[in-house]
Write a protein that binds this ligand. Structure first.
Ligand code: ZN
Length: 215
């Protein structure tokens, strides 16, 4: 199972991607540019170290923030933005779009979008559904609000109980392609895995000529 989840989340979804062209899976790119994304922040445990590490390698990223975490850590939201990263909507309380009533989901999205744009002082244009669970409601909301639903093409499973830094970094280094969208987490459940894995990823890939941009 420990190998299967990242493998399925990375390769298993590819056949379905063409049915959902409105959702972003990978950026069309020829150059060695990849897109790191971090879900669930900002957090007291991890965000500051994460920003330091990204800065060390001159890497930009996209942070899909949980609205209530942003309310708790407004200065960290501002720090993310002023470091040149982009932020996106990851709902207000990290609800599961597959199990929450439609009205509640839309209220979560609207509230988060409003608060994040106030903090960033710019419009928020991207969203990632918690648990990677898209719905028709989400797709309609994105179309109406001119938002982009960002999925991924590389999911190393850093949040899994069985994850190790070595396994996560190896998975990303092996699967990255030009324009890849890579999912990692800014979440205390995986800081011991994600930060050392990220250091190896950045160190290895930048030495091979890769650079990292925000969506
Ligand atoms: Zn999440």
């Amino acid at each position: 199972m420990r190998v299967l989840v990242p493998y399925l989340a990375t390769h298993g979804l590819r056949p379905f991607q063409r049915y959902f062209p409105d959702m972003l899976w990978r950026v069309e790119a020829k150059a060695r540019t990849a897109y790191l994304t971090f879900d669930d922040g900002p957090t007291e445990e991890m965000t500051d170290d994460l920003l330091d590490l990204l800065a060390e390698y001159d890497a930009q990223a996209t942070h899909f923030l949980v609205g209530q975490n942003a309310e708790t850590h407004p200065d960290r939201v501002r720090a993310i933005v002023s470091a040149g990263h982009r932020i996106g909507n990851h709902t207000y309380t990290h609800v599961d779009p597959w199990s929450v009533p439609e009205k509640e989901l839309l209220a979560e999205l609207t509230r988060t979008s409003k608060r994040l744009s106030e903090l960033a002082q710019s419009r928020i244009h991207a969203l990632r559904p918690p648990y990677g669970h898209p719905t028709g409601t989400l797709r309609r909301w994105c179309a109406e609000q001119n938002q982009r639903m960002v999925m991924w093409d590389v999911m190393p499973g850093d949040y899994l109980k069985t994850a190790t830094a070595a396994r996560v970094s190896r998975f990303v280094i092996r699967h990255v392609r030009p324009g890849s969208v890579i999912v990692l987490h800014d979440n205390p459940i995986c800081e011991d895995v994600t930060l050392p894995a990220l250091e190896t990823i950045l160190d290895t890939l930048t030495s091979e000529g890769w650079s990292f941009d925000a969506l």
